[in-house]
Design a binder for this molecule. Structure first.
Ligand SMILES: NC(=O)c1ccc[n+]([C@@H]2O[C@H](COP(=O)([O-])OP(=O)(O)OC[C@H]3O[C@@H](n4cnc5c(N)ncnc54)[C@H](O)[C@@H]3O)[C@@H](O)[C@H]2O)c1
Ligand SMILES: O=C(O)C[C@H](O)C(=O)O
Length: 360
């Protein structure tokens, strides 16, 4: 039996990331090459004509797994029945701005879109967070559909400040389970993998288990203490192979933290193809699982793991199975790392306060 189509919402679809992302979704890079998809694209009325142009190009590209395109400026139409939501819509920062500088414009968008998602996304699967009810619902969904994954609503916020926008979305959509709302720090994770592979002159696919802790901002902590590299004589710790703690504890960290700003400086626009590709990686691993022995970084609602305050959307190392993420537990945190984990948590707490003051 052929698979049921998954409805994927992309907000801000007429923008830079949207333009890079929608063909990736339609090609199967996000959910797999044999998974049919229906794209829901949302933008604001001034971008309606451009959005229609993107729709025309999607038709022209004749993607075999693309089973439909909804291009709209109506948030309710856009959100109706979606299973996966990639929230890109918002205002990007320009050269010289910090991500929190775009806070007031963007958090109010996320407050408004929270209720549309809550009321209209994948209605059969988000009515309760109660475990038993959730279990029953999944069971009913399994009977009613050929794929459990095809009926869940999973949200990743890309627009900055990504962690705090996701938190606002969660707070103003209280009936969406908090496990379903995440933010994108996979781009930072991939940047860290890229820097290590460049330094060691190895394939990026041979490097794994870096961690991005905290905020998608310049206080994030890219941590290589548990990262490894595949070599002909087995897996080796990154620290051992790089053999330069000074570089790992300074230049490596600042390069990853500042990479977004470096791209803006070079391109005059913020990163787009790498952001789109990383959003696909985020959703693909969440829905289809992480490979055995590998974790990825995701901004998720803190449960207090690693003494990170509860009530923040914070980037942790996670593994994913059956469409659920779990924070990797039991990793050792040295004193250097502890300070960095706390610093980025502190920034997120301040952003949370600022976001609420923008909304009041
Ligand atoms: N988390 C990450 O790793 C990451 C990486 C790169 C960029 N970003 C962020 O992603 C966002 C988008 O970046 P971009 O380069 O595509 O920007 P862009 O300006 O090219 O596109 C944004 C689009 O969002 C639309 N938009 C604005 N308000 C909207 C609303 N209320 N509803 C729907 N659409 C709306 C705009 O019309 C525009 O088409 C920015 O906030 C940027 O800072 C995040
Ligand atoms: O830095 C930015 O504002 C863009 C984006 O968040 C990035 O990391 O490339």
């Amino acid at each position: 039996m052929s698979k049921e189509a998954i409805r994927v919402l992309v907000t801000g679809a007429a923008g830079q990331i949207g333009y890079a992302l929608v063909p990736m979704v339609a090609r199967g890079i996000m959910l797999g090459p044999d998974q049919p998809v229906i794209l829901h694209m949302l933008d604001i009325p001034p971008a309606a004509e451009a959005l229609n142009g993107v729709k025309m190009e999607l038709v022209d590209a004749a993607f075999p797994i693309l089973k439909g395109v909804v291009a709209t400026t109506d948030v309710v139409e856009a959100c109706t029945g979606v299973n996966v939501a990639v929230m890109v819509g918002g205002f990007p920062r320009k050269e010289g701005m910090e991500r929190k500088d775009v806070m007031s414009k963007n958090v109010s968008i996320y407050k408004a879109q929270a209720s549309a998602l809550e009321k209209h996304a994948a209605p059969n699967c988000k009515v309760t967070t109660h475990q038993l009810h959730g279990f029953l619902l999944r069971f009913i969904c399994l009977i009613g559909s050929n794929s459990y994954f095809a009926i869940r609503s999973q949200v990743v916020v890309v627009a900055n400040p990504a962690n705090t926008n996701a938190l606002i979305l969660k707070e103003y959509a209280p009936s969406i389970p908090e496990k379903n709302i995440t933010c994108l720090t996979r781009l930072d994770h991939n940047r860290a993998l890229g820097q290590i592979s460049e330094r060691l002159k190895l394939q990026v696919s041979d490097v794994k288990n870096v961690i991005i802790w905290g905020n998608h901002s310049s206080t994030q902590y890219p941590d290589v203490n548990h990262a490894t590299v595949k070599t002909s004589s087995g897996e080796k710790p990154v620290r051992q192979l790089v053999a330069d703690d000074t570089w790992l504890n300074s230049e490596f960290i600042t390069t990853v933290q500042q990479r977004g700003a470096a791209i803006i400086k070079a391109r005059k626009f913020s990163s787009a193809l790498s952001a789109a590709s990383s959003a696909c990686d985020h959703i693909r691993n969440w829905v289809l699982g992480t490979p055995e022995g590998t974790w990825v970084s995701m901004g998720v609602y803190s449960d207090g793991s690693y003494n990170v305050p509860k009530g923040l959307i914070y980037s942790f190392p996670v593994t994913c199975k059956n469409g659920e993420w779990s924070i990797v537990q039991g990793l050792s945190i040295d004193e250097f790392s502890r300070k960095k984990l706390d610093l980025t948590a502190q920034e997120l707490s301040e952003e949370k306060t600022l976001a609420y003051s923008c909304l009041s």
